[in-house]
Design a protein around this ligand. Structure first.
Ligand code: DLL
Length: 433
């Protein structure tokens, strides 16, 4: 039977959710108008005042916030409460520019941890579970967020943080951990290492994994589930909006429920900024209607995905988001064609490779080049040149039909591509260096 952390809200009727959103949005817009001069100026520039916002139907009147605004207002310009009331900051890794620093008061931490607790319960977690948190702790939100959620559920929480893979496995085995939380790429690495150590799926006590913080494919889910004998759940979030738990998967494993009592989601056309109808693919935009210290209104995530309100078998009513294809800024334009790394991953995994690959993009003789380096698995490892050439050709054909362009494929020896303990770096775009 499906379990919920906060059933009445997770399964509330559409009317109840809309009523909550209307009330919180009106209050939140007033809060930023009064307390965040940076955003007030943006509203004034657009000719909007809090009186114009009476319900979520007026959301489209409000200006967007983007990463650029966060940079301009860094570090304190978007804080909505006196600093003496803030209790924590978290920060992004800053891989795509200057770090984002997000602020929390105790209320914000509480709602964030509730969201993570919902995710853990949706993955089957309860106070009977041993929950190992192998996301990084520190400035990154993954460790602290799920740690807080795990406490709220009452799991025995094992805060290993990321890295030190053999010690992770020792704890899994000695403490009989039943739930693991980490990035999917680190989960794949843990699975690979456990296999090498002779553990089959039945020897591993884990029953569920809560994996997110980076794009991962259905094929990767299948591989991780099979190697570890677990059910793998996706979890989504970003520092600007709190961290993990903005959306999470349930037993149906068909998209992530967005916590709509805290976040209103919209999909926009990234070029025209026009709001798109339900089901369209576009950029995900969030309004955090509850957060006080760092209140984000119409924040452009740059994540590309779609939403669905189709009924979910788990009983939750909150809108679901599909797996993001990646960020719009991860999207590569190669010889004029849009390519997402996740499409390449799908082809590789469908051909029996593991998710150990690197994509190298360059420009030679005025033309873009795409070179995909893929590790052979130990089972397929060979030094038979003919066989390698044949396998490479199959991948070139598979990529051509997925992407519509020709890629060069190089098969490399097992273990020759560095493993990641956090978010994997899969793309090296030499055109930008
Ligand atoms: O990655 C928060 C998080 C931690 C989520 C642990 C899930 C688990 P940031 O470092 O700010 O926060 O990065 C946010 O990561 O805009 C997406 O592009 C990407 N991302 C996060 N979760 C997923 C996911 C954390 N499940 C950025 N699938 C987001 C695909 C994801 N991409």
């Amino acid at each position: 039977m499906e379990k919920y952390f906060q059933e009445s809200i997770e399964c509330a009727s559409r009317d109840e959710i809309i009523a909550i959103q209307n009330e919180k949005l009106v209050k939140q817009v007033r809060h930023v108008w009064d307390n965040v001069p940076y955003y007030r100026k943006k509203m004034e520039a657009k000719g909007v005042t809090p009186d114009d916002i009476k319900s979520i139907d007026d959301l489209h009147k409000l200006p967007f916030l983007s990463k650029k605004d966060l940079r301009e207002a860094y570090p304190y310009g978007l804080v909505g409460v006196p600093l003496k009331d803030c209790v924590r900051i978290q920060s992004t890794s800053g891989t795509t520019g200057k770090r984002v620093v997000a602020f929390y008061n105790q209320h914000d931490i509480d709602l964030w941890e509730d969201c993570c607790a919902r995710a853990i319960v949706a993955a089957g977690g309860s106070n009977e579970d041993v929950c190992q948190i192998s996301y990084g702790y520190g400035l990154f939100t993954g460790g602290p967020g799920l740690n807080g959620g795990s406490h709220k559920v009452g799991c025995l929480t094992v805060p290993t943080s990321s890295g030190n893979t053999d010690r992770q496995i020792m704890f899994i085995q000695d403490l009989q951990s039943t739930i693991i939380c980490c990035t999917p790429s680190y989960a794949a690495f843990l699975g690979e290492r456990m296999k090498e150590m002779g553990y089959g799926p039945d020897d591993i006590p884990l029953k569920a994994g809560i994996f997110g913080a980076e794009a991962w494919s259905e094929e990767m889910r299948r591989d991780i589930q099979n190697t570890m004998g677990i059910k793998a759940y996706d979890i989504y979030g970003l520092t600007e909006l709190s961290g993990p738990g903005v959306a999470f998967e349930c037993s149906a494993q068909k998209g992530m429920h967005i916590n709509e009592d805290h976040f209103i989601a919209e999909i926009i056309d990234p070029e025209t900024e026009e709001v798109l109808p339900e089901g369209s693919q576009g950029e995900l935009v969030f309004t955090a209607i509850d957060k006080e210290a760092f209140p984000m209104i119409r924040y452009r995530t740059r994540d590309i995905c779609r939403l669905t309100r189709e009924k979910c078998s788990c009983g939750r009513t909150h809108v679901r988001m599909a797996k993001p294809m990646g960020r719009s800024d991860d999207m590569l334009i190669i010889r004029g064609v849009n390519v997402f790394p996740s499409q390449i991953e799908t082809v590789l995994l469908n051909h029996g490779y593991a998710a150990n690959y690197q994509i190298i993009v360059d420009r030679k003789n005025n033309s873009d080049t795409l070179d995909v380096q893929v590790e052979m698995t130990p089972e397929m490892f060979t030094d038979n040149v003919g066989e390698i050439a044949e396998n490479q050709k199959q991948l070139v054909d598979g990529l051509k039909s997925m992407l519509g362009i020709k890629a060069k494929v190089t098969l490399v020896a097992p273990k020759s591509i560095a493993r990641s303990e956090g978010k994997a770096v899969r793309v090296i775009d030499k055109r930008k260096i």
